[in-house]
Design a protein around this ligand. Structure first.
Ligand code: PMT
Length: 221
């Protein structure tokens, strides 16, 4: 496909971590910097798409031509994604969405008591799975962050979440999160492509090309 492979299409991207508040000054978060998702949003603009980016708390400039919606928690991210999904052709979920949140947010700063403190956590909504369950939904691209058995777990997530494509990356110390380079294994029903270690901008372009090809094939059916 050509350089404007997403011409006329609307692409929704999520990026960054979510923060789940414990009290007014503390939260549970993760190490996502947002770089991968921001690079995907920039690559989609370059491919000619109209791009909306739902961003968790990150310290990154908005890529040119991207409409950005800032959120903090997984539930806020869910609401923003669901609201925008209805008129999106493609959703690319690069955000590291927190799977759990504290059951209650303390209105006052928690005090030290000299004893152990237990936090009760409840599960957050699974945004991708919720979209996949809707009768009409965008072409769904997930990410899979795994420390081990990458292909096995990613293929399982592709099938369980009912996705059209999954971009799997190995994560750990100095891998996947925060750094400027990454490696991706792309898996879709009946296919795979390995994208070796490269700058996230380079990987994002290759991912967008694969998305454009698969989306066009699905639309032509
Ligand atoms: O932000 P960077 O520092 O550049 O790092 C990039 C990255 C490692 C965060 C990124 O490449 C990545 O892998 N993002 C997905 C991280 C993740 O949460 O993976 P997961 O395997 O836990 O989730 C699988 C998929 O379900 C993801 O597409 C995720 O966005 C989505 N999900 C997860 C939980 C949830 N409650 N709702 C979801 O939609």
């Amino acid at each position: 496909r050509g350089p404007r492979s997403l011409d006329g299409l609307s692409v929704l991207v999520s990026a960054g971590p979510t923060y789940e508040d414990i009290d007014p000054v503390r939260f549970i978060g993760n190490r996502s910097s947002g770089r991968m998702g921001f690079a995907v949003a920039a690559a989609a603009v370059q491919a000619g798409a109209r791009v909306r980016l739902v961003a968790g708390p990150v310290a990154l400039a908005t890529p040119a031509g991207v409409e950005r919606i800032d959120v903090r928690s997984a539930r806020q991210m869910r609401d923003a994604v669901v609201a925008s999904a209805a008129d999106s052709d493609i959703f690319i979920s690069a955000a590291a969405v927190g799977d759990y949140r504290p059951q209650a947010v303390s209105p006052a700063k928690l005090k030290k008591s000299g004893k152990a403190l237990a936090l009760e956590l409840v599960q957050n909504p699974d945004i991708l799975a919720e979209l996949a369950a809707q009768a009409a939904h965008p072409f769904l691209v997930g990410f899979a962050a795994e420390t081990n058995d990458l292909e096995h777990y990613a293929r399982e997530k592709l099938e369980r979440k009912g996705l059209d494509l999954i971009a799997a990356n190995r994560v750990g110390e100095e891998l996947g999160f925060e750094c400027s380079e990454n490696a991706l294994l792309l898996l879709w029903p009946g296919g795979r492509e390995e994208l070796g270690m490269a700058e996230k901008g380079v990987l994002a372009k290759a991912l967008i090309e694969r998305v454009a090809t698969l989306h066009a094939a699905a639309r032509g059916k």
